[in-house]
Design a protein around this ligand. Structure first.
Ligand code: HEC
Length: 172
């Protein structure tokens, strides 16, 4: 049997360990409520919908400044062209690159990637945000950075409710 002294000496360690475990569980809980958006492995083979450059003086340039390309997977493209609601499995990628202009200022092209923003449809998993899961994969390590998809993403996409929360449209 452990002596009282041993218990007293190890108690703080035990409490600290429980605290750490609980903190981990809490941190886990914050994000585990939210299903994770899948990393869009092969999106560069999907359909390119459009591109746009947000210049430095754009109101959201701090987050989205640069040259972005938007891609749709087959499920998203079919629904878009048929004018149907997006089915589970529809995915869009907003691929943001730096803007590079040559020294002579004669041409502008894309530089290194800044971030990829993804919307993935699943009515059950993301019912709180119109059936869309939102994630940002940032930098070369594709680090997931979204903890509050309403504040970071859905609040603004909500303006497109009549278009199932999607801004982009299809052109031939
Ligand atoms: C301030 C408004 C705003 C916020 C915040 C915002 N978006 Fe968007 N998003 C847009 C607009 C506008 C477009 C269309 C851009 C274009 O036409 O090139 C867009 C396009 C997209 C697309 C392509 C599909 C579509 O709707 O056209 C994806 C994917 C996307 N956003 C993901 C995200 C994610 C993930 C977040 C959160 C990190 C986010 N967005 C936050 C305004 C916003």
């Amino acid at each position: 049997m452990k002596s009282a002294l041993t218990v007293l000496l190890t108690l703080p360690l035990i409490l600290a360990a429980i605290g750490i475990v609980n903190q981990d569980a809490a941190a886990e809980d914050e994000t585990s409520n939210l299903a994770k958006v899948d990393y869009p492995t092969d999106y560069r083979y999907w359909t390119h919908l459009k591109s746009m450059i947000l210049l430095e003086n754009h109101p959201i340039a701090d987050t989205f400044g640069g040259l972005h390309h938007i891609y749709a997977n087959d499920a998203a493209l079919t629904a878009m062209t048929d004018g149907e609601p997006y089915p589970d499995g529809a995915v869009f990628v907003f691929d943001l690159m730096e803007v590079v202009t040559d020294d002579e200022e004669t041409a502008t092209t894309e530089g290194p990637r800044i971030r990829k923003d993804v919307m993935q449809k699943n009515e059950k998993l993301w019912s709180e945000t119109g059936g869309w899961g939102y994630e940002t994969f940032k930098g070369p390590d594709n680090k997931r950075i979204i903890t509050d998809p309403v504040a970071s993403c859905h609040g603004c996409h909500a303006s497109q409710e009549n278009n199932d929360f999607v801004f982009s449209t299809f052109r031939e």
